[in-house]
Write a protein of this length. Structure first.
Length: 327
């Protein structure tokens, strides 16, 4: 599980490293309990964390939970430290300008979440944060200061804790979630919620809307029995797991039935194989033969109409082998 634990660490620690979380702290995203929940679920949790836990971590739930808790301890401490250093960052930047770049960061993350192809054309969040610092920096008033606002530090740690609990729940209930949750639906809903969070940072009145979208997304992504329906479709459409025959080619079919000689002859006639001149109409049984010129019995070339048609089919099959569906 080393690779999956490393990937989970990368996903959950990334907001602390690329500047997303400090930008949200400075933008006032943690000023309320609702904001704490939104940042925790959308920034530290979200679809990326859920995808890693469900798709990459194949360890038993208890081992996966231990890995999540180890990562959670790191991000809780890191979030508290970055919140404590927020006044230092605030003293060197123009907050109004920096908030706009913070909103741009969240919008870029939302676009990458909704579409990987769109994300290929967008700059990395760290690049946007760097540009925001360059555009808003004001070194004249720089001071090294650590905040004494324990409430802000506690809210920052709580946001990281919310993300940890989200990942922990996904790890504990992973076996059931893999069968009942559509990750693609959850990913799209998370992108919508991040878009609303972007507008909230810019000052639009969407208080609580991103959190509501997260919960609605969870409900819509819940798809019980989805795996069973997929298996049924793959097995042939009737739920029996037995492939269905396609077409009407002759030979022994999947049902085990062998077509009769009459069926073969009718198909040959439909495919343009000519009849033998003077052949009698038959239904797969011995045809009644006409007497010969002396009226004493069948002529020298007479015989079963079925056999005659067999000879006709056999002689023509070599010429039309590629054109017959039953070859």
């Amino acid at each position: 599980m080393g690779g999956s634990a490393t990937l989970l660490t990368t996903v959950m620690v990334l907001p602390l490293v690329d500047g997303i979380f400090p930008a949200l702290v400075l933008a006032g995203a943690l000023d309320s309990v609702v904001g704490v929940l939104e940042v925790g679920l959308l920034v530290f949790g979200g679809s990326a964390t859920l995808a890693v836990v469900l798709a990459e971590m194949d360890a038993p739930p208890r081992a996966a939970a231990r890995a999540v808790l180890a990562v959670g301890a790191v991000i809780v401490v890191g979030a508290a430290v970055e919140a404590a250093l927020a006044p230092t960052i605030r003293s060197v930047v123009d907050l109004v300008t920096f908030e706009r770049f913070a909103a741009l960061v969240v919008a870029a993350v939302a676009a990458k979440t909704a579409s990987a192809r769109v994300g290929e054309y967008l700059p990395r969040p760290a690049v946007i944060v760097g540009l925001g610092l360059v555009a808003s920096v004001d070194p004249a008033g720089a001071t090294l200061e650590v905040t004494t606002d324990t409430g802000l530090i506690a809210r920052a740690a709580a946001a990281a804790l919310v993300g940890t609990l989200f990942a922990l729940g996904a790890a504990v209930f992973a076996p059931r979630l893999r069968r009942n949750v559509d990750i693609d639906r959850f990913r799209f809903g998370s992108a919508v919620a991040l878009g609303l969070l972007t507008l909230s940072i810019l000052g639009f009145s969407f208080r609580g809307a991103p959190l509501a979208v997260v919960f609605v997304t969870g409900l819509l992504a819940f798809n019980p029995g989805g795996a069973t329906e997929t298996d049924t479709d793959a097995s042939g459409g009737d739920g029996s797991g037995t492939p269905q025959a396609v077409g009407d080619g002759a030979g022994v079919g999947l049902s085990g039935e062998t077509p009769s000689t009459g069926d073969l002859l009718d198909r040959a006639e439909d495919d343009g194989i000519p009849r033998v001149p003077g052949e009698a109409e038959t239904t797969g049984e011995e045809a009644t033969t006409a007497p010969n010129a002396d009226g004493e019995g069948p002529g020298p070339d007479a015989g079963s109409g079925t056999d005659a048609r067999r000879r006709s089919v056999g002689g023509a099959a070599g010429e039309t082998d590629r054109d017959t569906p039953w070859s």
